[in-house]
Design a protein around this ligand. Structure first.
Ligand SMILES: Nc1nc2c(ncn2[C@@H]2O[C@H](COP(=O)(O)OP(=O)(O)OP(=O)(O)O)[C@@H](O)[C@H]2O)c(=O)[nH]1
Ligand SMILES: [Zn+2]
Length: 352
């Protein structure tokens, strides 16, 4: 059933219920380590035999990666269950934020993965669910939801997006603005576009803004999102016409809770790139084809893009939108986001 199965599996995982992930090479029965306690773990795995599936990056931190000679550096790793590994120890194995507070005891043993494709799909599913990429893993037993590796990919597919509704929305940057909401039958995040000014045949000034609750709403000084959002709206309002696409890609696509985990790691000295990697995620998990699909639905094929991020330009172009011009959007740093901006410049290719 495609994305619908992925949606059910995501819902189950977030509730701490077991799911089965199937791929061409086999299946895994899984329960998220996040939120598991002795009661739910005993129900999932009465014999206390479930192993623990973690990301390659986490295995590396735990010095487990070289126990298994994997040709693929992104291959998840299965940590063999030992009698002393309970829900708390499994949480410590999974969550790098706890490393300073509770140094890991070990020794941990990695064991071969019987279904590597299923394991990889399980980690993709964790990102979509916004949970830590770590599971208790068995093969047999009851589950709440079953999902195939292809279903996981279908869930992320922007093609099913459609315009749900539109309305006039005067905003402080411009009284001539219209909001357009987009919906996908497959997943609940609702992206929106704010069209500002009088549409004509010239390419609009566009900003792709990825959601940042802390910056956009709370005025966080750790990033540049809030000021960029307002600056973008004003630059768009000063142009003939333009569109702000507000994309529900919190935390560069890892979700709010995982972004806040990344912040906790930044409090311990890691930068924004290393924090993501340490959690077991890609440096940037966003897919800008969703923005291209939104522009498509708005009948826009060519844009002038407000960004410092070359990946946004290539992402849009790869999805068929012509980027006639890149317009920089640079704002003064503050003492709290200086390092973040420097990391974007030095490690993720932002042109700052
Ligand atoms: N994972 C993670 N996400 C972060 C962190 N700081 C900010 N973000 C997220 O990063 C995204 C910032 O998005 P944008 O400003 O649209 O993109 P950008 O890649 O900085 O590119 P620009 O167009 O040049 O601003 C938002 O989704 C934020 O929630 C962090 O330390 N870790
Ligand atoms: Zn931000």
């Amino acid at each position: 059933m495609g994305a619908r199965d992925a949606a059910r599996a995501i819902d189950a995982l977030r509730r701490g219920w077991p799911v089965r992930v199937q791929a061409a090479d086999g299946a895994l029965r899984l329960m998220a380590v996040e939120g598991a306690d002795s009661v739910t773990l005993a129900a999932f795995d009465p014999g206390a035999r479930a192993d623990i599936l973690i990301s390659a990056a986490r295995a590396q931190t735990l010095k487990l990666a070289n126990q298994i000679a994997a040709a693929d550096p992104d291959m998840p790793v299965l940590v063999a269950r030992a009698p002393w590994i309970d829900a708390d120890v499994a949480t410590a194995i999974s969550d790098p934020v706890l490393d300073l507070a509770s140094p890991l005891k070990g020794p941990f043993m990695a064991k071969p993965l019987a279904a590597p494709l299923a394991a990889k799909a399980a980690l993709r599913l964790a990102r979509l669910a916004g949970i830590l990429p770590a599971y208790f893993a068995t093969v047999d037993g009851e589950v709440e939801a079953e999902v195939g590796a292809d279903d996981v990919d279908a869930y992320d597919d922007a093609v099913h997006l459609d315009i749900a509704t539109r309305a006039r929305l005067p905003v402080s940057a411009s009284e001539t603005a219209e909001i357009v909401a987009f919906r996908s039958p497959d997943e609940p995040r609702e992206h929106v576009a704010l069209i500002v000014g009088q549409r004509d045949s010239s390419p609009p000034v566009i900003r792709l803004h990825s959601e940042c609750l802390t910056g956009d709403v709370l005025g966080s000084l750790k990033c540049d999102c809030g000021p960029q959002l307002h600056e973008a709206l004003h630059q768009i309002a000063d142009s003939t016409w333009g569109i702000l696409l507000y994309l529900r890609q919190e935390g560069r696509g890892i979700g709010l809770v995982n972004k806040l985990r990344a912040y906790a790691l930044q409090d311990q000295g890691f930068d924004t790139v290393d924090a993501n990697v340490r959690l077991g995620f890609a440096i940037d998990a966003r897919d800008f084809s969703v923005a291209a699909r939104m522009l498509d639905l708005l009948g826009v094929g060519e844009v002038r893009l407000l960004t410092n991020n070359p990946n946004k330009v290539t992402g849009l172009e790869a999805a068929g939108i012509k980027v006639a011009e890149r317009l920089p959007i640079i704002l003064p740093a503050n003492p709290h986001n200086e390092r973040y901006l420097a990391t974007k410049r030095d490690r993720t290719g932002h042109q700052l």
